[in-house]
Design a protein around this ligand. Sequence first.
Ligand SMILES: Nc1ncnc2c1ncn2[C@@H]1O[C@H](COP(=O)(O)OP(=O)(O)OC[C@H]2O[C@@H]([n+]3cccc(C(=O)O)c3)[C@H](O)[C@@H]2O)[C@@H](O)[C@H]1O
Ligand SMILES: Nc1ncnc2c1ncn2[C@@H]1O[C@H](COP(=O)(O)OP(=O)(O)OP(=O)(O)O)[C@@H](O)[C@H]1O
Ligand SMILES: [Mg+2]
Length: 264
Amino acid sequence: MIDLRFSDGELERQRDHITEFIREQVDAAGADGVVLGLSGGIDSTLTGYLAVEALGSENVHGLVLPATVSSEGNMSDAELVARDLEISYDVIEIEPIVDSLLSVYPEAEGDREAVGNARARVRGVLNYLVANHESRLVLGTGNRSEAAVGYFTKYGDGAVDCHPIGNLYKGQVRQLARHVGVPEELAAKTATAELWADQTDEDELGISYETLDDILATHIDGPLSVAATARLLEVDEETVERVRGMYERSGHKRDVPPAPDPLE
Ligand SMILES: Nc1ncnc2c1ncn2[C@@H]1O[C@H](COP(=O)(O)OP(=O)(O)OC[C@H]2O[C@@H]([n+]3cccc(C(=O)O)c3)[C@H](O)[C@@H]2O)[C@@H](O)[C@H]1O
Ligand SMILES: Nc1ncnc2c1ncn2[C@@H]1O[C@H](COP(=O)(O)OP(=O)(O)OP(=O)(O)O)[C@@H](O)[C@H]1O
Ligand SMILES: [Mg+2]
């Protein structure tokens, strides 16, 4: 294991850096604040806290968007975060919208991944409905660990205007959350996309965030080879190769969609 934790000084610098980034993004767009989806999970909770620090409560709008597979605990935590932050928020049930999609394309019914990703995309549509109507930016909540392995829905939770915590590994997200005052029960929660019942990030990815963060920092974002990374972290080379494979296969999600070069 390597130590990716920030020092106290670095935590304060990250906090200033990210809040400044949010203000700059809003100012540059001439927007009237931001909207973000609140899931009760740590990524959206931290992003909400930093947005309120950056812009003030009156300029942050939260959307709590339960599906039938959402746990009551997460949805009540999402509302708790909105109330603690004193931001305006709406609770909108998304399942009728997902059902209406399946009513026109019933072939996808029962396809867990397709329907789960549709839930994430319906949330993206609602975020932009509010953003358009209220002249706001949509804040993304993705972190570096998810982005690097493509663990997000293309044009779902990936459909956003900026990624304030996009340079933090998952462990650093938890550390910064604790530093800015997110309650421990939220900071310590198991990460879940909640796109289907009983889903957890670590089960689906097949690796702990602790190991994933270390491999990303050492091999994908750092200079060490597969073999050197495996030696340093005392993990199998196959584990490092697997992360490298996820990184390479998900490049299309991080890039602008390509078009052919102009004819010469
Ligand atoms: N090489 C390529 N070049 C260009 N496009 C390519 C492509 N390969 C697939 N595609 C396109 O991408 C699509 C697949 O990508 P996508 O639709 O995203 O679907 P996919 O990556 O299969 O699924 C999303 C994954 O992210 C997870 N997730 C989603 C949302 C939130 C969270 C969370 O924890 O926060 C996690 C979810 O559990 C699942 O494991 C294909 O249907 C195809 O349209
Ligand atoms: N029920 C929901 N209501 C509103 N937004 C949601 C909901 N579920 C997911 N989202 C949005 O999708 C984003 C991606 O989900 P993801 O699970 O990665 O993040 P999280 O729930 O904030 O944190 P964690 O990864 O620790 O569970 C959330 O941060 C949130 O913005
Ligand atoms: Mg979640």
